[in-house]
Design a protein around this ligand. Structure first.
Ligand code: PEP
Ligand code: MG
Length: 575
């Protein structure tokens, strides 16, 4: 019988397919004991499954490339760490040895024990790590039962689950899953961001999904509106086909914008720069006509390994990025490790109470002078091959920028003396993502050449809301009157001092929010190439002077709904 559920649209696109229901923590294992003489064999079975899981993760890790390599990779690293956790493994051995349980049941018991510990924690972030643990345990369980390679026959299916981990998204897509519906989750989670990059339709927060949807039910999912139709009728099917035609037309139209300027209806040119972290991103940015790279994240070079990359390796990587953009400026951000971007090299301290407020970004670089100089040398050498700008993450004070400027100058002078081809000028910029730096911009505008606003972090520090914590729901959001006022302040001050300013957080890649950023006076956007054409289309359909006439109204909005209403009323002004 036809039934319609509603959740939140987290990644656009629509899909028609059979439901593949994945029940939460599906370790439905009955209690079973083994005789003493089979204990060693059972232990071997468990260890083989753990080894196979580790191997599977390594293979997945090595296969990662492109836009998602960094983010998915970080989750896989986290899962690999959990897999090596002595608490987990030792506990399992003990349960098999002393309790004589089967490996499957031991896994179940150990999961429940750890879940109880996680549940008792006050820290919501740690609590939410239980999802990661479940994911790892689920993989071991699959190997114990030789259900490797994920569920069979999912091609064309729509996964219905309580939640989905960022690290499994790419794999699910490769297996042919065409859309995902989750009963929990938020539209701002990492999974949602990744689903959007992958163009995988996703509906989150469809609370009754697991009760109402049965395995094999036919579903129509709309990742824009958040609607899920179970056992659709003829009218639904017609509407679905119509929607698909519209989407295909939209894609064809977007394709035509590749060589078009990013110009508003009233003739103002907007700069679209790309965020990149891999060769594929660079190639895509180049082919879609990005004006340059506004954010090249260097962390990925450091994250996927146990030893630090040396100067030569870094130089070759940066040089190839510069060559890949053939003369368009490339903004290389210095290492932004720390907090949720932990590494395996021992650089990042593992014992900070508050890593997001700890030794991360430029703080970490300045505390490791030699490492920082090595990176600066590599970047400066790459500047001999095309225009390069250096961007510094997590700046809080003038002193930090002065220290970086001094180092950069010293490194460049030494390289010139050594005969290297170094650009005459390497602009130095600051990421604005710490509220104090945003408020006190006037205190260091004289020592920076450009600014880039990292709204992902700025929002989390301004609202004291962890960007990775789904439990906070919609609290972590740029659609907040305080965030908008601070953005306006940054754009105004940069304008007064004639310093170019871009926004490089996720907000810049959301075409629906382009009118808002334009109204605030932003003229440079830096975004993932996956959404570059959509944002270009939004800009081309915008009447900038009409939007600016309404900036006051936008800043008067008192809450998220007020801002959303402003966006709705602004839509006739952008096509
Ligand atoms: C940001 O914080 O907005 C940003 C672009 O940097 P990252 O997401 O790499 O922290
Ligand atoms: Mg940041």
């Amino acid at each position: 019988m036809r039934l319609q559920l509603s959740g939140h649209g987290a990644s656009r696109g629509s899909a028609l397919g059979r439901a593949r229901v994945r029940l939460p923590h599906a370790l439905e294992v009955v209690e079973k004991r083994i005789p003493a003489n089979l204990v060693e064999k059972e232990l071997r079975r468990l260890h083989d499954a753990v080894d196979s899981t580790r191997g599977e993760m390594q293979v997945l890790r090595e296969r990662l490339h492109g836009a998602l390599a960094k983010e998915v990779g970080e989750f896989l690293d986290l899962h690999a760490l959990l897999l090596d956790d002595p608490e987990l493994l030792h506990g399992l051995d003990e349960l098999i040895r002393a309790g004589r349980y089967t490996a499957d049941y031991a896994l179940r018991l150990q999961r429940d024990r750890l879940a109880a510990v996680f549940d008792g924690m006050d820290d919501a972030y740690l609590k939410s790590r239980m999802d990661d643990l479940d994911h790892v345990i689920g993989r071991i369980h699959a190997h114990l039962n030789k259900r490797i390679g994920g569920p069979k026959g999912v091609a064309g299916d729509i996964l219905v689950s309580d939640n989905v981990a960022p690290s499994e998204l790419a794999q699910l897509q490769a297996q042919g899953v065409v859309a995902i519906v989750t009963s929990a989750g938020s539209t701002l989670s990492h999974s949602a961001i990744l689903a959007r990059s992958l163009h995988m339709p996703l509906v989150v927060g469809a609370a009754r999904a697991l009760q109402k949807i049965n395995d094999g039910d036919v579903l129509i999912v709309d990742g824009a509106s958040g609607s899920v139709v179970i056992e659709p009728g003829p009218e639904d099917l017609l509407a679905y086909r119509q929607r698909r035609r519209e989407l295909a037309k939209e894609q064809r139209e977007l394709g035509r914008l590749r060589s078009k300027p990013t110009r508003t209806m009233d003739g103002v040119d907007i700069v679209l720069l790309a965020n990149a972290e891999s060769g594929e991103d660079v190639a895509q940015a180049h082919s879609l006509g990005a004006s340059g790279l506004g954010l090249y994240r260097t962390e990925f070079l450091f994250l996927q390994r146990n030893e630090l990359p040396d100067e030569e390796e870094q130089f070759r990587t940066y040089r190839d990025v510069v060559l890949g953009m053939s003369g368009r400026p490339v903004t290389i951000r210095t290492l932004d490790l720390g907090a949720d971007k932990a590494d395996r090299t021992g650089l990042v301290l593992g014992n900070e109470d508050n890593p997001a407020l700890g030794l991360r970004g430029v703080r970490l670089s300045l505390a490791n002078g030699e490492l920082f100089d090595t990176q600066l040398r590599a970047i400066v050498r790459a500047s001999g091959y095309g225009p390069v700008r250096v961007l510094v993450p997590m700046v809080s004070t003038r002193e930090e920028m002065l220290a970086v400027r001094k180092r950069l100058k010293r490194v460049a002078e030494k390289l010139r003396r050594q005969g290297a081809a170094v650009a005459d000028r390497i602009p130095l910029g600051a990421m604005i993502e710490v509220p104090a730096a945003a408020l006190a911009l006037h205190s260091f505008v004289d020592i920076v050449d450009f600014l880039s606003v990292g709204t992902n972090d700025l929002v989390q520090y301004l609202l004291a809301a962890d960007r990775n914590n789904d439990a906070l729901g919609e609290l972590y959001s740029p659609l907040n009157p305080g965030v908008l006022r601070l953005l306006k302040h940054i754009i105004n001050v940069a304008g007064e001092y004639d310093i170019p300013v871009a926004v490089c957080g996720e907000i810049a890649g959301d075409a629906a929010l382009a009118p808002l950023l334009l109204a605030l006076g932003l003229t440079e956007f830096s975004l993932h190439p996956a959404t570059l054409l959509e944002v270009r289309k939004a800009v081309r359909g915008s009447d900038l002077s009409a939007l600016k006439a309404r900036t006051g109204k936008l800043l008067q909005a008192r809450d998220r709904t007020g801002i959303e209403n402003w966006l709705k009323s602004a839509s006739p002004l952008h096509g």
